[in-house]
Write a protein that binds this ligand. Structure first.
Ligand code: ADP
Ligand code: MG
Length: 142
């Protein structure tokens, strides 16, 4: 995968996430970083669609995460409202980061250590604004 990749509309960002998603297996965790409005949720939505999730994919609002049913269960965590996961109940995260589940995490910087201690981080994604609808997307696979 060429790095970084430039996308010019949300559908291209979704497609790129779909490419990544086809390589994922249960237990894998993907961290998705970037400013507000960069396209993190759009990226997660594309990943979910490629994994066969058909329901609505939006950022969880009143909880740190949600789980989507599909051929493989998918967890979608958003730590935007969490100052630091160190202050939260560890069981809260364990509900979402599980060996039977593929996990996407928005705002991973708010709890990367906690997430990393529970799950296997297989990709770090950074989405950056590049003017208008252009985005630069870097995918690092450790
Ligand atoms: P975040 O979760 O990072 O806050 P969202 O995915 O919720 O971002 O929102 C990104 C917004 O930017 C959406 O309204 C989307 O339609 C728009 N957008 C425009 N161009 C792109 C692009 N190339 N990739 C992703 N989103 C884009
Ligand atoms: Mg979001």
């Amino acid at each position: 995968m060429e790095n970084p990749r430039r996308t010019s509309e949300p559908g291209q960002t979704e497609a790129l996430a779909g490419e990544l998603a086809t390589t994922l297996v249960p237990g894998d965790v993907v961290l998705v970083a970037g400013e507000l409005g960069a396209g993190k949720t759009t990226f997660v939505r594309g990943g979910c669609r490629a994994l066969g999730v058909t329901g609505t994919v939006t950022s969880p609002t009143f909880t740190i995460g949600q789980r989507y049913p599909g051929p493989v269960p998918v967890s979608h965590i958003d730590l935007f409202r969490v100052e630091s996961l160190d202050d939260e109940d560890p069981d809260l995260l364990a509900e979402y980061v599980r060996p039977d589940t593929i996990v996407f995490v928005e705002w991973p910087s708010h709890g990367e250590e906690a997430v990393g201690s529970l799950g296997r981080v297989v990709a770090r994604v950074l989405i950056e604004h590049a003017g208008g609808d252009e985005r630069l997307i870097t995918i690092d696979r450790p």
